[in-house]
Design a protein around this ligand. Structure first.
Ligand code: SAM
Length: 547
C-alpha cells in the first residue's frame, strides 16, 4: 500500500474546521504509519460539518454514527464489485463503511472508488464526502480519485439517469421531513413536482424519507439490496401506505432493522430501516441494532410492515377474516379543530350531579370506563376536575350541526393507546374533544355489540399490528378513525351477543379478573381467534393501565 506522491486534497468548498482537519489527515497519510484509527479521523470530518449546522430538524441533516453505517452495510452484504449508492450522502459515512467492507473483501481501491455513488442537496456536505473518500482511497490504496460520482443535487428530482436500475446496493439515512409541521413541510411547488414524479405513490403527508425509499427501489435491479433509515412511524402510517404497497410488489420487504430511539445525538426519533430486495418470501426477519440474533416471523401482508414490528414487540399475530367491518354498521370519525375551538370557549368546571354535558378528553377514556370526576384533566391549557360544556341557547349553525351528530349514543375511543381503550356513551350526552375517535352505530341498539368488538383482545392486536411505531412512545400506537373504520367484525352469533352482555357488565363496574377473562375468551371465540397468547397479552396490557 503506497501513498500518492502529491497528496493535496481539494479543500475548496469545505468549512474551515473541516479543511484544517482534512489537511492534517492528508499530512498523516503522506507521512505513512497510519493505522485503523484513521477511520475515526475521517468520520470526524463529517462530525465537524454537523457541528456547523444549526437547525438539524428543519434541514433533516442528522448524520449517522459510523457503527450504524457499518452494521447496515454488513446487513445488506455489500461485496466486491457492487455499485453502492447513498441518495442523501451527507458527509459520506455509509459510502466510507461500504468502501471499507469492499476493501476487506479484496476489491481494489480504484474499482471501489469507481463503484461509489452519492448525491446530496447540500454542496458543503458533498465537498466533505468527496474529500473524506479521496483521503480514504489515498490511505488504503495510494490512489487519488476524483470521486466524480458524488454529486450535488436533489436526490428525488435530479439523480443522474444512468444510476437508475444500476445500483447493486442503496443505503443511507435520508432526511426525515414530517409533513405535519410547518418548518419541515414541503412547499407547494415542490409538492407539485414530487406528485408528478411519484404519481399514485405520493400523498401530501408522506414523509420525505419514504420518497427516498421509493427512489432506492428505482435505482435498484432485481438482485439489489436496499436499506434506508426512516422514522419508525412510516412503517404503519397511512400516508405511506401506497408507497409500501408498491415497494412490496417491486422489491419486497425482507427484514426490518430496528435502530431505536437513541442512535442520533442531535434528535430523539425512533428509527428503523426496511431492508428490501429479491423476491417475496413467506418469512421476514427483525434485527435489532447491535444484536447478532435476528428474529423470524411470518411475512406480513403486502404493505403492512408495522405488523412485523408489532410481532417483534410481542403482539400476537391475528388474522381477522370477515365480510363486515366497522364502517358497514357505524360512522367512525374524528373531530376537527373547529370543534375544539368551540369547546375551548365553553368548557367550565362542573359540580357533582351537574346536568350540563360532560366533556370527554383522551385522558378520561380508559378501557370500558369514563374517568370524569376521578382524574384531573388538562383542556385548552386549563386544568379541570369535572369539565362540563356550557352551551348557549342559540349556538351558531355549524356548532348546532356538530352537537346534533355528537349528542347520540356512541363509543368514544382514545387515540394514543397500548390496547384499544373505549367507552360506550349510552345516553349520548358526553361531548368528545379532538383527538378522540367517535364511533356512532347506525342502529343504537347495537352499541354494546360494538363495544364488545372494538374493546376485544382481537381488535387490540389487530390495531396495534396495523399501526405499530406510530405512537409517541415505543409501547403505544396512534389510532386513526380511517384505520378503525376497517376493523373486521365477527359474524353475528350467540358468542358476540354474550360478549356484548359482558362488555356492558364490565362497563357497569364489574371489572374483576374473572369477568375480563370471560369477556376476552368469549370475544376470541366470536372472532374465531385462538385465545392462547392473545388473552394474556391483552389482560397484561389492560392491567398496566389500571393496576
Ligand atoms: C439525515 S442526513 C444523513 C446524511 C448521511 N446519509 C448520513 O447518514 O450521515 C440527510 C441528508 O440529506 C440531505 N438532503 C436533504 N434533502 C435532500 C434531497 N432532496 N436530496 C438529496 N439530499 C438531501 C441533507 O443535506 C443531509 O445531508
Amino acid at each position: 500500500m503506497g501513498t500518492p506522491t502529491e497528496l493535496t486534497p481539494d479543500l475548496s468548498g469545505l468549512p474551515s474546521p473541516v479543511a484544517a482537519a482534512a489537511k492534517a489527515v492528508a499530512q498523516r497519510i503522506q507521512q505513512g504509519g497510519t493505522g485503523e484509527e484513521l477511520i475515526s479521523e475521517l468520520v470526524d470530518l463529517g462530525r465537524l460539518r454537523e457541528e456547523e449546522l444549526t437547525d438539524h430538524r428543519a434541514s433533516g441533516a442528522v448524520f449517522t454514527p459510523y457503527a450504524v453505517a457499518e452494521e447496515l452495510v454488513e446487513r445488506v452484504a455489500i461485496g466486491p464489485g457492487d455499485t453502492v449508492c447513498d441518495p442523501s450522502v451527507g458527509p459520506g459515512v455509509f459510502l466510507l463503511a461500504a468502501a471499507e467492507r469492499k476493501y476487506r473483501h479484496g476489491e481494489s481501491v480504484p474499482s471501489i472508488a469507481r463503484n461509489l455513488r452519492g448525491i446530496d442537496i447540500d454542496p458543503v456536505s458533498v465537498a466533505v464526502a468527496r474529500c473524506t473518500l479521496q483521503l480514504w482511497a489515498a490511505w488504503r490504496g495510494g490512489y487519488w480519485s476524483p470521486m466524480e460520482s458524488i454529486v450535488e443535487g436533489d436526490g428525488l428530482l435530479e439523480t443522474p439517469q444512468e444510476w437508475f436500475g444500476n445500483c447493486d446496493a442503496v443505503i443511507g439515512n435520508p432526511p426525515f421531513l414530517g409533513q405535519f409541521k410547518s418548518d419541515t413541510a414541503r412547499n407547494k411547488h415542490r409538492s407539485g413536482l414530487l406528485k408528478e414524479r411519484f404519481s399514485h405513490r405520493y400523498t401530501g403527508y408522506i414523509d420525505e424519507s419514504m420518497l427516498f425509499v421509493l427512489l432506492g427501489v428505482e435505482l435498484s435491479h432485481k438482485n439489489s439490496r436496499i436499506a434506508l433509515i426512516v422514522p419508525t412511524s412510516v412503517l404503519g402510517s397511512e400516508s405511506s401506505r401506497a408507497a409500501r404497497e408498491w415497494i412490496d410488489q417491486t422489491a419486497p420487504l425482507k427484514a426490518i432493522w430496528l435502530g431505536g430511539r437513541s442512535i442520533f445525538d442531535a434528535v430523539n426519533v425512533d428509527v428503523s430501516a426496511p431492508i428490501l430486495g429479491g423476491s417475496r418470501s413467506s418469512q421476514c426477519e427483525v434485527l435489532r441494532y447491535g444484536s447478532k440474533q435476528p428474529l423470524q416471523f411470518t411475512a406480513p401482508p403486502i404493505g403492512q410492515w408495522a405488523a412485523l414490528l408489532a410481532a417483534a414487540n410481542g403482539t400476537p399475530q391475528v388474522q381477522l377474516a370477515s365480510q363486515h367491518n366497522l364502517s358497514d354498521i357505524s360512522e367512525v370519525s374524528a373531530d376537527f379543530r373547529d370543534a375544539y375551538y368551540w369547546l375551548a370557549k365553553r368548557v367550565t368546571e362542573g359540580q357533582i350531579g351537574d346536568c350540563r354535558h360532560q366533556l370527554a378528553t383522551v385522558g378520561l377514556i380508559d378501557p370500558f370506563e369514563f374517568m370524569h370526576g376521578n382524574v384531573e384533566v388538562k383542556f385548552a391549557k386549563q386544568r379541570f376536575q369535572r369539565p362540563v360544556v356550557e352551551i348557549e341557547d342559540q349556538p351558531p349553525q355549524p356548532l348546532r350541526n356538530w352537537l346534533q351528530r355528537r349528542l347520540t349514543p356512541k363509543l368514544l375511543v382514545a387515540s394514543q393507546t397500548r390496547v384499544v381503550e373505549c367507552y360506550a356513551d349510552q345516553h349520548g350526552d358526553v361531548l368528545p374533544s379532538t383527538p378522540l375517535i367517535t364511533i356512532t352505530p347506525r342502529d343504537p341498539s347495537r352499541l354494546w355489540h360494538l363495544l364488545a368488538a372494538v374493546g376485544s383482545p382481537a381488535a387490540s392486536a389487530w390495531a396495534v399490528s396495523a399501526s405499530a411505531g406510530t405512537g409517541l412512545s415505543q409501547g403505544t400506537v396512534r389510532l386513526r378513525a380511517s384505520l378503525l373504520a376497517e376493523l373486521p367484525l365477527p359474524m353475528s352469533s350467540k358468542l358476540w351477543d354474550e360478549g356484548a352482555k359482558l362488555a356492558r357488565q364490565i362497563q357497569s363496574g364489574d371489572r374483576t379478573h374473572e369477568t375480563m377473562v370471560r369477556f376476552g375468551e368469549t370475544m376470541n371465540k366470536a372472532y374465531k381467534t385462538p385465545s392462547e397468547g392473545l388473552l394474556g397479552w391483552w389482560i397484561s396490557r389492560i392491567q398496566k393501565k389500571r393496576p
